[in-house]
Design a protein around this ligand. Structure first.
Ligand SMILES: [Zn+2]
Length: 240
């Protein structure tokens, strides 16, 4: 069920996990029976977290809003990143090709999650999460440890001019590799890694899983067949 734990996030103060297809679909917005999704979410909590640690999910909207949570909100906040210093409150990000990013500051004892698709990446969601941890918790970006989970790889993520044009405008030809007259391959994990480093995170504190969701069938991939499932990255602080 847990296919990966990140070395920079392996620390006695936190729990974290990246799930895979065996956990089932964890998303409520993709048309699956909500009871099945709830069951899968409960299973996730049971396997990775102690009893009575709630999981905060997001209503992910491909933007760059970062929400600080101190308790379980009544409904999932519309945002693409969550941060907290509250122990026993788990944060979750759902993906199927987009980039799931987990954050941990061992000095300030703070955690975060972010969801970075192409829009969110252009809107600097990963960098904004780091900045929000600095502003809210006094985190030094150089102390923040980051895990970048499975996402669609640069060799598989083909985009057309509608996506390539705004990228070119903001970031130039970087991360774009032309494949045909009007198609390009876009390197989302690479762009997010560089964005985090530019935000002050040390390269040695970032672990990027080199798994392409489109190639590796252990994970859900929206592009592989319009799949409805989403897997998740989860992180939570233990009680001190
Ligand atoms: Zn691939």
């Amino acid at each position: 069920m847990n296919t990966h734990s990140f070395k920079p996030l392996t620390h006695p103060a936190i729990w974290h996990a990246i799930t895979d297809r065996r956990m089932g679909n964890l998303a409520r917005h993709t048309g699956d029976d909500p009871r099945c999704v709830s069951q899968n979410r409960r299973q996730l909590a049971r396997l990775f977290l102690p009893k009575r640690v709630p999981i905060v999910w997001m209503d992910q909207v491909h933007g760059n809003r970062v929400v600080l949570v101190n308790r379980l909100p009544k409904r999932p906040p519309a945002c693409d990143a969550l941060i907290t210093r509250t122990p026993h409150l788990a944060l979750a990000v759902m993906v199927a090709d987009c980039v799931p990013i987990l954050f941990f500051d061992p000095d300030r004892l703070a955690v975060g999650v972010a969801h970075a698709g192409w829009r969110g990446t252009l809107a600097s969601i990963a960098a904004k999460t780091v900045q929000s941890m600095s502003q809210a918790f006094g985190s030094d970006p150089a102390s923040i440890r980051v895990g970048i989970g499975p996402a669609i790889g640069g060799e598989c993520y083909e985009v057309d001019e509608a996506v390539a044009a705004p990228w070119r405008e903001q970031l130039g030809e970087r991360y774009l590799k032309q494949t045909t007259a009007d198609h390009w391959h876009l390197d989302l994990p690479g762009a997010n890694t560089d964005q985090l480093i530019a935000a002050g995170v040390k390269a040695e504190n970032i672990e990027r899983i080199n798994i392409c969701t489109h190639c590796d069938e252990r994970f859900y991939s929206y592009r592989r067949g319009q799949e409805r499932g989403r897997f998740a990255g989860v992180i939570a602080l233990k009680r001190p």
